[in-house]
Design a protein around this ligand. Structure first.
Ligand code: HEM
Ligand code: HEM
Length: 194
């Protein structure tokens, strides 16, 4: 099953979910770690370049994933879920999709605004141009500082949403004992309760 069905996610949605989950968690850890290192060390510079490169991979995957998502509606939520739980699940997923774009885009804008004008070369191979920075954000240094705050706030919001997201997945699996987590892992049809 390549595509989603009303009963479960297809292989493509599952592959997007878990490959991006690994990359995004890696990016959160790397971002928090590199931020604490001495900024003049060449090893720190290489980690920043890696952070930027993987961030662009996340952005490209997010574009493809959203496109696939529009063509493939999500499977039905379990009937046992209360209206507020359905609303929270939908709002949480929209928030996660939004942050998959907001993080790389705010990062890209931040490095574009930097007065140091450091080039971004993905994996030392593919140069990426700087974005035009909106004038409303002020002079370069001021715009960079604002965008740093936006990027960090987006990252902390993502951590909070992920705690709720993973908590909800575990609650579905171990407390409600429904198919929610299993169908994001495998395309095999649900076993009957008998
Ligand atoms: C251990 C970590 C994770 C677990 C256990 C997990 C679990 C799940 C499960 C079970 C679903 C299906 C929900 C449903 O059927 O309605 C889901 C959907 C989703 N997850 Fe995760 N997830 C994890 C990490 C992540 C990460 C890091 C992200 C990205 C920031 C993410 C983004 C999403 C999105 C956007 C959906 C909705 C997919 C769609 O309907 O298109 N998840 N997750
Ligand atoms: C999924 C994508 C991304 C995630 C999850 C992410 C996450 C993070 C985190 C957690 C931090 C540390 C924030 C702090 O504590 O102040 C950080 C910093 C940073 N990120 Fe990202 N990031 C992503 C994409 C990008 C991209 C695409 C770029 C640039 C093209 C970028 C450039 C930077 C830079 C330059 C810093 C250091 C900011 C500083 O010195 O304060 N990030 N990122």
């Amino acid at each position: 099953m390549i595509r989603n069905t009303p009963g479960g996610y297809g292989r493509v949605a599952i592959a997007f979910h878990w490959s991006m989950a690994v990359l995004i968690v890696f990016m959160l850890v790397l971002g928090l770690y590199m931020h604490e290192l001495p900024q003049t060390d060449p090893a720190t510079f290489r980690l920043y370049q890696l952070h930027k490169s993987v961030g662009f991979v996340v952005l490209a995957l997010a574009v493809l994933r959203l496109f696939w998502r529009f063509l493939n509606p999500a499977p039905k939520l379990p009937d046992t879920m209360k209206p507020w739980e359905r609303l929270a699940a939908h709002a949480g997923h929209i928030g996660l999709y939004a942050l998959m774009f907001a993080l790389p885009l705010s990062g890209w804008l931040m490095v574009s605004a930097s007065p140091w004008n450091i080039p971004t070369v993905l994996f030392d191979v593919l140069p990426v141009p700087h974005l035009p920075v909106p004038e409303a954000l002020g002079q370069k240094a001021e715009a960079e500082a604002t965008l740093k705050t936006v990027h960090a706030l987006a990252a902390y919001t993502l951590v909070g949403l992920l705690v709720a997201h993973i908590g909800a997945a575990l609650k579905h699996h171990f407390i409600a004992r429904d198919e929610t987590l299993r169908r994001m892992v495998s395309t095999a049809p649900a076993k009957s309760a008998a």
